[in-house]
Design a protein around this ligand. Sequence first.
Ligand SMILES: [Zn+2]
Length: 460
Amino acid sequence: MKSEAKKFFAEAAWVQGAWAKDVLLTVAGNGAWHSVEPNATAQQQEGATRLSGPVLPGLVNAHSHAFQRAMAGLTERRSAGAHASDDFWSWRDRMYTAANRITPEQLEAIAGQLYAELLAGGYTQVCDFHYLHNDISGAPYANPIEMSLALVRAAQRTGIGLTLLPTLYMRSGFKATGLREDQRRFSSTPESVMRMVEDIQRQTRGDARINAGVAVHSLRAASPAAIHELTGAAKAAGLPVHIHIAEQTQEVDDCLAHTGQRPIEWLLNHADVDARWNLVHATHATPAELQGVQGKGASIVICPATEANLGDGVFDLPAYAAAGGKWSIGSDSHVTRSWPEELRLLEYSQRLTLRQRNIAARILEQESSAAGLFEAALAGGLPATGQMQGGLVPGHRADFVTVDMESPALLGVPPGHALDALVFSSPGVAFGEVFVAGDQAMAPELAEVFRRAMRELWLN
Ligand SMILES: [Zn+2]
């Protein structure tokens, strides 16, 4: 989608890690920044669209399973039985009951609502780690990317950018040779995943906001040979690669029992991990493993709200930051849809563990915790999407949001502290306008179709 060059003016904008004043922002016809000029004169401002508040670059949401938005708030009751315990695995069984019901129409309705909420929450791009490939009986749809196209349509309708990651899922555990009955919708092969990538690319050609990469569900869900085959093809095609890893201690124990190595240790030793790789969670990692991830130039995707909701554990941010590691954030199961909440929780989990304050500021060598967290998460957008996305920088995609300084949490806050208050004063901060590739995203009215899909899923 080509558009004419556009000019915007903002009294304040977040440029290279700090607030700059009187910034003239020019978008080229391809939707990328042509120039970003602080201290613009009155003459330079002429003809530019005046933005309503301070401008922040849009953030990439690097990990999403869109259908799980339909479960937010619905897995918060204890399991039946006096000795039953609730953990990740009992949550997963409940998640499967939703996964096994959703139709393409319902997925589009759920993703539409989710993507509109993500835009309102300050995200301008989402990486959907998509494994609901087959129909409810487990057979491929007549069009194998039927479910992927539901996500594409939802993204196009809301205007959010989408990196679609068809996911390899072949077996139910390290020792299994196939999938469980309730996992048949996920069934895929390296070849089918690459075919989905090509079909998605063909169907969305010309839309600068949509691209594709690949995902491997986890080490337990695919054999070493299949991982090698898919990630080799992804490398040849220059695609980003995502994988869930070391989220749960049981996964670490199973991997140790099966291979003699911890999951990240195994991956670093056996896969061709490089800067295109995104390791999702990495919650249970040793400092040596984190050092190894940094050494390969790979990134970690931290999902603070979901990791808290599922009882995963706390990511070792100090050890990873000390190694100089790259990371992004994701909202994964979508129990929250706002990046300020994710960054706040990431910092708070460290404070609760270490009984200190302003951990991120110290370990990321910044004055402000919010600035340190935001800058790091921003830099993680490029490896997660494989696209030039990561700030108000010429050549990067022109994704940005305006901050509503009339929000209760920002009233009277000195302008230099706006980002701090946006992350650490809650609730009440709203984003104003949202732009993706230089175009304003206008939220369509999707509540009714979402409500109908929820009713069909949970009340029938
Ligand atoms: Zn996930």
